[in-house]
Design a protein around this ligand. Structure first.
Ligand SMILES: Cc1cc2nc3c(=O)[nH]c(=O)nc-3n(C[C@H](O)[C@H](O)[C@H](O)COP(=O)(O)O)c2cc1C
Length: 355
């Protein structure tokens, strides 16, 4: 049963709300009337569903009970070709955890997060104890406002550099969740990454199983998961520095010039366990929301991370200690296009994971 097993103690970076003042009831933390709490939790879970996920698979399930929210991995939504270990799906669940935390923070409600709290339930990604911990910081309230505004943006950005104050904010955002954001600002590092990216993109484009999976999750807007063609970008010209993933249709769209100097950032963690991936997911989302809050756009460059040998090369390129978890292209541009999400009813389950 979810949460019935031994709870691991929260570790560094899991949550700033786990230390300090604790309360036993939610009402002591907030002015929320008992009936209104359901509304607040529902709002937080809807924010959870706004998290990014590979091919918009939305691989999460939520269970609510006695002041606790469980975030579970929906194994049936793991991409078997591009993500056989489910690492990216776990990243997505971690991103959903952060959104839930921030949406509660926006209502003045703290929560304590236990990552993988039950050894016997690897699908139980995290349990959030609502109303436990320190009062959320003002920064989290500000970031919560960015949840609905954040969209992956696969279109060309303008050629304006990302100011150093924003770069530092992004690095801090990752650090706050126990991860590291490496900005590839040196031309040699950028070129080396771009070469790995092009190689990985080339391999994936030759892989029929990969293409079939990509096609299966691309559509014309008739579904509440998967990537609608409207969210795709134009075709990247052959001479462009970075290769972007083409979601159905992009190949048929005219090539457009892309920015010459995109900011590329790689998110890394000290280890490569499932726990590291949950943490990386929260860090990824804090970075993305910080991007949005500063009026910038981002898209993913996941190809080199999805091919184990190329991921290992990337790790070596970055110094050989930390493990790369996600790569982003960041810059200024017109707002990205929203993608659909399944209704809350479709992702709510009983606390043993039963539908
Ligand atoms: C771990 C991970 C890897 C992703 N990789 C890519 C990618 O390589 N290319 C891409 O265009 N989008 C990628 N995405 C973005 C998803 O397609 C996107 O989050 C999803 O379609 C939902 O859209 P939204 O981010 O605009 O809400 C990735 C997302 C996650 C969480």
């Amino acid at each position: 049963m979810a949460g019935a097993g031994p709870k691991t103690l929260p570790e560094r970076g899991e949550s700033r709300f786990t230390a300090g003042r604790r309360t036993t009831t939610l009402d002591a933390m907030t002015d929320t009337a008992p009936g209104a709490l359901d509304t607040v939790v529902a709002e937080a879970l809807r924010a959870g569903t706004r998290a990014p996920s590979p091919h918009n698979t939305q691989p999460w399930l939520f269970a609510v009970r006695d002041g606790e929210i469980d975030v579970l991995l929906d194994e049936s939504r793991v991409l078997t070709v591009s993500d056989p270990d489910g690492r990216e799906a776990i990243l997505a669940c971690g991103a959903a955890v952060l959104n839930i935390r921030l949406a509660l923070a926006r209502r003045g409600i703290a929560c304590a997060v236990s990552i993988l709290p039950d050894r016997t339930r690897p699908d139980l990604v995290a349990t959030l104890r609502v109303g436990v911990g320190r009062r959320p910081p003002a920064d989290d309230v500000r970031l919560a406002a960015a949840i609905a505004e954040r969209h992956t943006n696969r279109r060309p950005f303008v050629d304006s550099p990302v100011p150093s104050v924003v770069r530092h904010a992004l690095i801090r955002a990752a650090r706050e969740e126990g991860a590291r954001l490496m900005l590839l600002t040196e031309p040699a590092a950028f070129d080396a990454f771009a070469a790995l990216l092009r190689r990985a993109e080339h391999l994936q484009r030759q892989d029929e199983a990969f293409l079939a999976e990509l096609e299966a999750w691309s559509h014309h807007g008739e579904r509440r998961d998967g990537v609608p063609l409207s969210a795709g970008g134009p075709r990247v010209p052959d001479e462009a520095a970075l290769a972007l993933r083409e979601f159905g249709g992009a190949a048929r769209r005219a090539a457009r010039e892309f920015e010459r100097q995109p900011l590329v950032a790689v998110l890394t963690t000290p280890g490569d366990t499932r726990r590291d991936a949950v943490r990386a997911g929260q860090a990824l989302q804090r970075v993305l929301l910080t991007v949005t809050a500063h009026g910038l756009q981002a898209s993913f460059l996941a190809q080199p991370l999805e091919i184990p040998a190329i991921r290992a090369e990337l790790r070596t390129m970055l110094g050989g200690t930390d493990h790369p978890q996600a790569a982003l292209r960041i810059g200024y541009g017109h707002p990205g296009t929203p993608t659909p999400r399944r209704a809350l009813d479709d992702v709510l389950v009983g606390h043993s994971g039963e539908r």
